[in-house]
Every structure is written in structure tokens, then in C-alpha cells.
Design a protein. Structure first.
Length: 283
């Protein structure tokens, strides 16, 4: 047996705009905390080089990698298989090397669901979700698979939201309906969970969501996917109405916890990751 071992297990991320992705900071902090010789490498990969990047990861024996914009759908053709929710939503944000096979998973919705279930079980709950983009798609599928009673998708564009509503109705047991976002949308009575899965509030924690605040009632759980800043105007308004609120840091941290469990087989301490992010975003 060699006296020294100067190699590390490798994972990382492929995206455009990689310099704005904080995942590397929280996962490297977790590797250090747990004393693992693993490295997370944040890679700038344009669309035309994605195939090369995946081949490179295979060649170098990477244990897995994350995908961000714009690769979550395009990567599928380069993989050997998909997990259940990734197959349903047609998007991958986490690839796992399982015995030499690259399998696509999606931890976006799983991270949100873990954060949510620490506060409330979505099973049997009527849910309102704002937005119909990639985050909403992942979250909607996981909420449906977790037994949501119903999903109301509120979005400015009917055309963009219709595919998500169709997917939920055809591939899950949770009935979904579309509402074209009206002025001062009123959250229906009986709603248990409200989710902002739009980019409203990103970079400006004071931008309000166009919602009738009086329709947010004590007992509702209100969640936001925004991490920068995590203390959004929407969450502050909801808290003032007596709602229980969940910030976007929990979703991001739990995505990381789930991803590293896929790669390493180990359960990581989420508080280490959250502290790192709080230091970055001044939470």
C-alpha cells in the first residue's frame, strides 16, 4: 500500500454563469467538516461543450456532478438512465456515477420537499404555487408524488404554465389547475401551503409578490425559493399575517445534503452548509 495518496474524489457543477453558483462553497465546507478527501469543482460549460464535459467526467472517474442553467434537459441524451422524478419532469440537476453508469436525478424538488416536511407534511394539502419555470416544475412533481391533494399553478403566462399543469395531471395523481395571475391574487380558503417558485425577490428582497395579503391566513405555510436574499418581502409579509414561513436556504442546503448522499453514501450535517451560505448572503 502506498505511503501517500495525493488524489481526491471529484464532483462538481456544469453551468453557464457558474461564478454566481454558491453550491461549491457549501459543499466544500461540508467536505472539510467531515474530513473527506473530496473536491467540488465549479465549471463554466457552454452548451456546445456539454457533451465533452460529460465525457471528461466519465474519463476522470468523477463520482457525479450537478447541472444548472442551461443544461438540465440537454444533459439527458448523454446519460445512461434517469431516476423516477427526473424522468417525470424531464430535467436533471444531479448526476450520480453508479458502477460506471451515469444516472440523472433531480434534487431541486427533493431539496424543497425535505425543507417543507420538516415543518408540514404536504400529503392531503391544497397547494398554491406561483411560477411555472424549472424550479416550479421540480417542486410541483415532488409535491404531487408526496400526496398533495391539489396544485394550483399561478403564472403570468398561460402558455408557459400549461405544459406543467398537463404533466402533473397526466403523470401524477394530484389534480392541477392553471390560474393566469390576476392583480392582487387571492389565495383560496382552505389552502395549506403557498410557494413562490418565481424569481420575484431575487437580488432585491423588497420586491413584493402581487398577492392579496389578507388572503394569507395563520396556519398556512408559506415558502420561497429565493436565496439571495433569503429574507424576502413575500416571507416578511406572510409572517406578519401569522403564517409559518420557510426560506430558500433550506431548499438549497437540502439539495446539497441529498446530492452528497447520492455521491458519497454519507449523511452530511446540514447546519455546516447553512452556516456557510448565511455567511455568504449575510442572513
Amino acid at each position: 500500500m502506498a505511503k501517500w495518496d495525493f488524489t481526491s474524489e471529484l464532483v462538481g457543477s456544469f453551468s453557464e454563469g457558474s461564478n454566481g453558483n454558491p453550491t461549491v462553497a457549501m459543499i466544500e465546507a461540508a467536505f472539510r467538516h467531515h474530513g473527506l478527501k473530496w473536491r467540488y469543482i465549479n465549471c463554466e460549460v457552454p452548451p456546445g461543450r456539454l457533451a465533452d464535459a460529460v465525457k471528461g467526467a466519465r474519463a476522470m472517474g468523477w463520482k457525479g456532478f450537478n447541472l444548472s442553467i442551461p443544461h438540465k434537459v440537454a444533459v439527458i441524451q448523454h446519460l445512461d438512465g434517469l431516476g423516477e422524478s427526473a424522468a417525470i419532469m424531464g430535467a436533471v440537476n444531479c448526476v450520480v456515477n453508479r458502477g460506471g453508469k451515469l444516472i440523472g436525478e433531480n434534487t431541486d424538488g427533493k431539496g424543497f420537499l425535505k425543507s417543507l416536511t420538516e415543518v408540514v407534511d404536504p400529503k392531503g394539502k391544497a397547494i398554491v404555487m406561483f411560477g411555472a419555470g424549472g424550479a416550479a416544475r421540480a417542486i410541483g412533481v415532488e409535491l404531487a408524488l408526496a400526496g398533495a391533494k391539489s396544485l394550483t399553478i399561478v403564472n403570468r403566462s398561460a402558455g408557459r404554465a400549461e405544459p406543467l399543469v398537463k404533466l402533473l395531471n397526466e403523470k401524477t395523481k394530484a389534480p392541477a389547475t392553471l390560474v393566469v395571475w390576476p392583480t392582487h391574487y387571492r389565495v383560496p380558503e382552505g389552502t395549506g401551503i403557498v410557494v413562490n417558485a418565481t424569481s420575484i425577490g431575487l437580488g432585491d428582497g423588497n420586491e413584493p409578490l402581487d398577492v392579496d395579503l389578507a388572503s394569507l391566513k395563520p396556519g398556512m405555510v408559506v415558502a420561497d425559493v429565493i436565496v439571495d436574499p433569503p429574507d424576502t418581502r413575500f416571507l416578511r409579509d406572510a409572517k406578519a399575517q401569522g403564517c409559518t414561513v420557510i426560506d430558500g436556504l433550506g431548499m438549497l442546503v437540502n439539495q446539497g445534503v441529498i446530492g452528497v448522499k447520492y455521491w458519497t453514501g454519507l449523511d452530511f450535517d446540514p447546519s455546516v452548509m447553512r452556516r456557510e451560505l448565511e455567511g455568504i448572503f449575510g442572513a
